[in-house]
Design a protein around this ligand. Structure first.
Ligand SMILES: [Ca+2]
Ligand SMILES: [Ca+2]
Length: 226
């Protein structure tokens, strides 16, 4: 079952143009141990006489980590392998924006935050998502508003909503205010992550970001099946 599920994921990944990773190793390893301190599951062990046995079905979580408008990266604060995204032509519509300098304060994952896609409104779609319940993490860093070293004014901001699969999960997100300012170089801001749980039934995760002020923006996104 593990091999066939992995094969299916590989086909899906090849079809959508970015790398997807199944947490099969972790899932298989967890299948050999009981819950904290509990004895091992007998069904997960080989038969003493060496006869063939049916392995237990391991849960193979679907995982997508996409560095919107950025290169592939191995996360530090956000562990795992992040896939590259071209920006224009990638999972989000709109335009690409890059930070005026590469350093992002208060983060070890500068590579994820230093580029983004923006638009009014912005929409992002992760295709080929198996039906299931997912933890979705949206990564934001204000790269324009908040004053120097950002190019935009100290009081300017972007305010927008976020809907996942048609349901609003974030209302009136004021990115510069929540960030604390420009989240570039010596700026006073810091990246802001938002985490949600969503059920996907139609084969794609849809992120809709209607705008109240300026443009919506998104720097990176992680999707992990629960
Ligand atoms: Ca990015
Ligand atoms: Ca959908």
């Amino acid at each position: 079952m593990v091999l066939s599920a992995l094969g299916l994921l590989a086909v899906l990944a090849a079809g959508c143009g970015f790398e997807l990773r199944a947490a099969s190793v972790d899932a298989a390893a967890e299948g050999l141990d009981g819950p904290d301190g509990a004895p091992p599951d007998p069904d997960a062990l080989p038969d003493p006489d060496g006869s063939p046995d049916s392995p237990p079905d391991a849960f193979v979580a679907f995982v997508a980590r996409i560095n919107i408008a950025g290169p592939a990266f191995v996360g530090i604060d956000h562990p795992g392998s992040w896939s590259a995204d071209p920006g224009v032509g990638g999972i989000c519509d709109g335009a690409r924006f890059d930070a005026p300098m590469p350093a992002i304060p208060n983060s070890n994952d500068d590579v994820l935050y230093r580029d983004l896609m923006y638009r009014n409104p912005l929409a992002c779609t992760i295709p080929n998502v198996p039906p299931g319940t997912y933890r979705v993490t949206l990564l934001f860093a204000e790269l324009y508003w908040g004053g120097p070293p950002c190019a935009g004014s100290a009081t300017g901001t972007r305010i927008f909503h976020v809907a996942l699969e048609g349901a609003t999960v974030l209302t009136g997100f004021n990115e510069r205010v929540e960030s604390g300012g420009c989240a570039v170089g010596s700026g006073a801001g810091r990246p802001v992550d938002k985490v949600f749980t969503v059920t996907v039934t139609d084969g794609a995760l849809n992120v809709a970001m209607p705008v109240m002020s300026d443009n919506a923006a998104l720097n990176a996104i992680e999707l992990v099946q629960q």
